[in-house]
Write a protein that binds this ligand. Structure first.
Ligand code: SAM
Length: 397
């Protein structure tokens, strides 16, 4: 992996900006009438990685939020019919992207009506599409994710004691985390890498994107102060190597933080039934990901990988994303409402390639199962959630 692979420059910027990540946290439940807008466009083209290395101290983050404890179900929902509003919320998603075909990395593979990354297509395990439907969902998922963190972009104390000169966002997707981070830290050079050139064209001057494979050997010339990796479960075969490369590419005192959901979903009160379609689907997905070599329960090993790589102060914080608005707590009800939109949108993206190519199902069989799963996801009598693990560690000084 190098600093000089082709930058993603040719997707047009979506029309509006997302709410800044720094905005004040509100704990009022606001079910999503329409999802948040897609990735921000900012100013013009980015500088070369490493160039704006600033000495001004970065704003210190607030104390790390606690993980999610026990969630109480909302008693007003016990007799409620499944919420059918999710689909109409999804149809409200809309951002228009135009794509210029510049090179082979833009010649996305097409399968069952979805497109997939072209770069390293035969080697990578990444099984999700990279089309507009998916990029809109990734942006929605970003907002859901920072809502869970009380509108913070990360959990670890990076930037608290020392300025962050260079930050790497691994598997940046639409680049929305990197762009928000760059806007929050205008003196930090932010680099985002991904297999797909799906990042917007107009971004803050201190962020740059590259197409690259994280599983290759990293050959950065300048080390980072913070390396971030979010929602890469199912993408990476060798997490131990990724943790080692992160360690090697950090300055002393630098932080590495990983954030991922864990399959299968759970409930703490037995309301998620063993024979439910949603649990069957999630277990099959997990089986498919294991066959592919990038298991969707990789988060279970993150702590150990970080310790083995040499990180100190390794910390795990566990959060919960409810499958819908079943909790009584206002924040988690809101997170659940957003997650229902997210998951309804993600179902096909997560399932098509794994179920057809890896598990040998037909598209009709997959869609039939997904119809049942959608029903389960809306059922507020099922108090299920995705465990979300955030694990971070510090390179010794
Ligand atoms: C589920 S998305 C998460 C995107 C982003 N991190 C976020 O939180 O919004 C996973 C991203 O990782 C990228 N990816 C998967 N395997 C990769 C690899 N080996 N090297 C670089 N990027 C990879 C995919 O192309 C995709 O954009």
């Amino acid at each position: 992996m190098t600093d000089s692979t082709p930058a993603a420059k040719d997707t047009a910027a979506p029309p509006t900006s997302p709410p800044p990540a720094t905005q004040a946290a509100t704990d009022t439940a606001a079910p999503p009438a329409s999802p948040p807008p897609a990735t921000a466009g900012g100013s013009t083209a980015a500088d070369a990685p490493g160039s704006p290395a600033a000495d001004a101290p970065a704003p210190a983050p607030a104390p790390a939020p606690a993980g999610t404890g026990h969630l109480e179900a909302d008693p007003n929902l016990l007799d409620e019919e499944p919420n059918n509003d999710a689909d109409s919320s999804i149809s409200a998603l809309g951002a228009s992207y135009t794509t210029s075909v510049m090179s082979s990395i833009y010649k996305f593979r097409e399968e069952n009506g979805r497109t997939y990354h072209a770069y390293k297509a035969d080697e990578s395990t990444y099984f999700m599409p990279n089309d507009e439907r998916e990029t809109e969902r990734l942006d929605l998922q970003h907002h859901l994710s920072i809502r869970m963190l009380d509108n913070r972009l990360y959990v670890c104390p990076a930037g608290k004691d020392k300025p962050l000169k260079r930050v790497l966002d691994c598997g940046t997707g639409t680049g929305i985390w990197a762009i928000d981070f760059a806007e929050e830290h205008p003196d930090t050079a932010v680099v985002g890498v991904d297999l797909s050139p799906i990042q917007p064209n107009f971004v803050p001057p201190n962020v740059e994107f590259f197409v690259d494979d994280l599983e290759e050997t990293w050959t950065y010339h300048t080390k980072f102060d913070f390396i971030y990796a979010r929602f890469l479960t199912g993408s990476i075969r060798n997490w131990a190597k990724l943790a080692r490369q992160a360690f090697e590419n950090l300055n002393p005192g630098g932080y590495f933080e990983v954030c991922d959901p864990l399959s299968p979903i759970k409930s703490d009160d037995g309301t998620l039934k063993e024979d439910s379609a949603v649990l069957k689907w999630n277990n099959l997905l997990l089986e498919g990901s294991r066959k592919l070599g990038a298991s969707l329960d990789s988060a279970l090993q993150y702590e150990q990988h970080l310790i083995d790589a040499g990180f100190q102060n390794v910390t795990k914080v566990e959060y919960k994303w409810p499958i819908n608005g079943w909790p009584s707590d206002a924040k988690y009800k809101e997170v659940g409402e957003w997650n229902l939109v997210n998951m309804t949108q993600a179902l096909q993206a997560l399932s098509l390639m794994l179920f057809t190519n890896v598990l040998g199902w037909s598209v009709v069989e997959v869609e039939t199962l997904l119809a049942q799963v959608r029903k389960d996801l809306k059922n507020r009598a099922t108090h299920a959630y995705w465990p979300i693990y955030v694990v971070y560690g510090q390179k010794p000084e």
